[in-house]
Design a protein around this ligand. Structure first.
Ligand code: HEC
Length: 132
């Protein structure tokens, strides 16, 4: 059997399982709680992230609207979505989220999301970043 096909057959069930429940990540059940716990303290109405970047994450519309420079979620492509890139540590340290650059660590507030949480957000974006 062709290697690519074999790999696809092997990976398909894993991808379906990762997607949970009915095979999809849910914004309200899976994603919003992550943002509420780790982002809204700064990206809520009066937080420093909201002030600095104009990025309000309190509801789906805010998450999709993005910053003053435009959207940070490109439905279907985590690698084109700066929201994913900043949490996955794929950007310059200064703009990783939640802030975990040297300065944030020194101030005792630097932390990174768990690998599972980052993957969940990535899957949600890859599955179309739906309001489900
Ligand atoms: C401790 C406060 C704080 C927390 C917590 C925080 N942010 Fe931020 N965020 C900021 C600040 C400040 C900026 C503006 C950074 C800048 O432009 O220099 C920002 C900017 C951003 C941006 C825009 C980056 C860009 O393209 O310029 C995104 C996307 C973002 N945050 C996502 C998140 C996500 C997702 C979380 C939760 C996992 C989160 N942030 C948690 C403070 C925070």
């Amino acid at each position: 059997m062709d290697t690519t096909l074999r790999l696809a057959l092997l990976l398909t069930p894993v991808m379906l399982m990762n997607g949970c429940g009915q095979g999809g990540v849910s914004f309200s059940d899976d994603i919003q709680p992550i943002f509420a716990k780790s982002c809204i303290s700064c990206h809520g109405e009066t937080g420093e992230g909201a002030m600095a970047s104009d990025y309000l994450m309190t509801d789906y519309n805010g998450v999709m609207k993005g910053t003053s420079y435009g959207p940070v979620v490109v439905p279907g492509s985590r690698m084109s979505s700066s929201l994913y890139l900043v949490i996955a540590g794929k950007t310059a340290p200064e703009i990783r989220m939640p802030p975990h650059n040297d300065e944030s660590f020194a101030e005792g507030r630097g932390f990174m999301l768990s690998a599972e949480t980052i993957e969940m957000v990535g899957l949600w974006i890859d599955q179309g970043a739906k309001n489900n």
